[in-house]
Design a protein around this ligand. Structure first.
Ligand SMILES: *Cc1c(COP(=O)(O)O)cnc(C)c1O
Length: 350
C-alpha cells in the first residue's frame, strides 16, 4: 500500500488545441465573430471596486435575465462556469443511482469522463449506421440519460417529438438534453420542461453567443430539480460565476438582434461551405450546428488531411476513435476563413 492507492486517478477530457501562433482556427467550435457590443459596453461600465466583494452566489441578476428571455421562472434556471460546469453538476446531482446512465457511443466526449470521475455506472448505446440515435435503445431501465441535441461531433439534430418519445419512456430517471448547438438548427426541448418534471435542458454562451472565453452555461428544469442542483453546487463551490461574467452574460442575453445576426451569418457560411466540400468530393451529414462533420473523398485519409491542413496553419478536429476516424469536424469560421480552407483542401487533394 502506498499513498498512490488513495488517489483518484482519471483519464481527462482532451480539449481541442489552442495554438499560440496565428492560425485559422476551425477546431473547437468557437464563434468567428466577437461578442455583442453590449458585452463590451458592460465590461467598460463595470465598477471594478466591486471586485473586492464576493459575487452573488445565486447569480440572481443573470438567472432572472435568462428566465425573462426564455419565458420561464427564475427558479427554473441554474447557471455555471460554462455548460461543462453545469453538466458536471448535473451528473453529480442527478446520477446518484445504481443503474447505468445511458448516452450514445458517439457523442460529446466529456460524458464518459464525468461518469468515470464521479464513479457513475454508465452504458453507451450505438448510433445507427447513419449516425442517428436509436430511441428504443433508451427504453431500458437506467439511472439517467444524456443526449446532446444536435449531437456532437455528428452535427445531426432531432426534432422535439423525438426527444419527447425518449421522455415518455423514462419517467423514473433524469433526462438531460445538452443543447450546446441548438441555436444553429435543431428544435429545442425547452417547452417540455413544463410537462416533464425530470427533464433538464442545458445551454451555453460559448458557441452561438460568441463567449467561450467568458465561461457561461445554464440549464432549465423543474423548480425541484434546480433546487437539488443548487444544493449540490453550494456544497462544492458557492461562488461560481464571477462579477464580470454575470454582467457579460446579462448583456449577451439581452442583445437578441446581434445574436440573430451572427447565427444567421454562420448558418449561411455553413451552407456555402457544405456546397464547396461536396464539389471536392467530401460527404457529410446535414448540419444543425456551427460545424460540419465531413468525410474526405475515397482514397484520402481524414488524418492525413488533418495533418496537412495543420501544416498550412488551418486547424480542424480529427478524432482517432473507432467509427469516426474517417471524418473531420470543421468549425464554421468567417467566409474568408472558409475560402482559405477550401482553397487549401483543393491543393491537398490534387
Ligand atoms: C462545447 C460543448 C459544451 C461545453 O461548452 P462550454 O464552453 O463549457 O459551455 C457542452 N456540450 C457540448 C455538446 C459541446 O459541444
Amino acid at each position: 500500500m502506498t499513498y498512490e492507492d488513495n488517489i483518484r486517478k482519471v483519464t481527462p477530457y482532451t480539449p481541442g488545441e489552442q495554438p499560440k501562433t496565428k492560425v485559422i482556427k476551425l477546431n473547437t467550435n468557437e464563434s468567428p465573430y466577437p461578442p455583442s457590443p453590449r458585452v463590451v459596453e458592460a465590461m467598460e461600465k463595470l465598477d471594478w471596486n466591486k471586485l473586492r466583494l464576493y459575487p452573488d452566489p445565486a447569480m440572481s441578476e443573470l438567472t432572472r435575465c435568462i428566465a425573462d428571455h426564455y419565458g420561464v421562472k427564475p427558479s427554473e434556471v441554474f447557471a455555471g462556469v460554462g455548460s461543462d460546469d453545469v453538466l458536471s453538476m448535473c451528473f453529480l446531482t442527478f446520477f446518484a443511482g445504481e443503474k447505468p446512465v445511458l448516452f450514445p457511443d458517439i457523442t460529446y466526449s466529456f460524458y464518459d469522463v464525468w461518469a468515470e470521475v464521479y464513479r457513475i455506472p454508465y452504458e453507451t448505446k450505438k448510433l445507427d449506421g447513419d449516425f442517428r440515435i436509436v430511441p428504443s435503445d433508451y427504453y431500458a431501465p437506467n439511472g439517467g440519460i444524456v443526449i446532446a441535441n444536435p449531437n456532437a461531433p455528428t452535427g445531426i439534430g432531432e426534432n422535439r417529438a423525438f426527444i419527447e418519445d425518449i421522455l415518455e419512456h423514462n419517467s423514473e430517471s433524469v433526462v438531460i438534453i445538452d443543447e450546446a448547438y441548438v441555436d444553429f438548427g435543431a428544435e429545442s426541448a425547452l417547452p417540455l420542461i413544463e410537462k416533464y418534471e425530470n427533464l433538464i435542458v442545458v445551454r451555453t454562451m460559448s458557441k452561438s453567443r460568441a463567449m467561450a472565453g467568458m465561461r457561461i452555461g445554464y440549464c432549465f428544469g423543474n423548480e425541484k430539480l434546480i433546487k437539488y442542483l443548487n444544493d449540490v453546487k453550494y456544497s462544492v463551490n458557492s461562488y461560481t460565476l464571477n462579477i464580470p461574467s454575470i454582467a457579460a452574460g446579462k448583456a449577451a442575453i439581452e442583445d437578441t438582434e446581434y445574436f440573430r445576426e451572427i447565427v444567421g451569418r454562420i448558418k449561411k457560411t455553413r451552407e456555402n461551405t457544405a456546397e464547396e466540400l461536396k464539389k471536392l468530393g467530401f460527404s457529410y451529414f446535414p448540419s444543425d450546428t456551427n460545424f460540419i462533420f465531413a468525410k474526405p473523398p475515397a482514397g484520402y485519409k481524414a488524418k492525413d488531411i488533418f495533418l496537412k491542413l495543420k501544416e498550412s496553419g488551418i486547424y480542424v478536429r480529427h478524432f482517432d476513435k473507432e467509427r469516426i476516424s474517417d471524418y473531420l469536424r470543421i468549425t464554421i469560421g468567417t467566409d474568408d476563413e472558409m475560402h482559405m480552407l477550401i482553397h487549401t483542401l483543393k491543393e491537398i487533394l490534387q
